[in-house]
Design a protein around this ligand. Structure first.
Ligand code: SF4
Length: 64
């Protein structure tokens, strides 16, 4: 799996462009705070592989 924001456990909100939540939100001049915007293809040294998505179908088969 490629080491990029789109595959990182710190990447959130992929439908609105994506933000990195590796660190707390950063304060802005207007008094709000937000996480840094990143794109799926960005990358940094704090990359952490995201856990595999839950697969309810397989879980259902295993418990049937
Ligand atoms: S900037 Fe780094 S820590 Fe944040 S989502 Fe991208 S790879 Fe992960």
């Amino acid at each position: 799996m490629a080491e990029m924001c789109g595959n990182c456990k710190n990447f959130f909100e992929p439908r609105v462009g994506g933000v990195c939540r590796a660190h707390p939100p950063v304060a802005r001049a207007d008094g709000t705070a937000t996480w840094p915007a990143v794109s799926r293809s960005d990358w940094c040294g704090e990359y952490k592989v995201a856990p595999p998505p839950a697969n309810p179908g397989i879980r259902r088969l295993a418990t049937a």
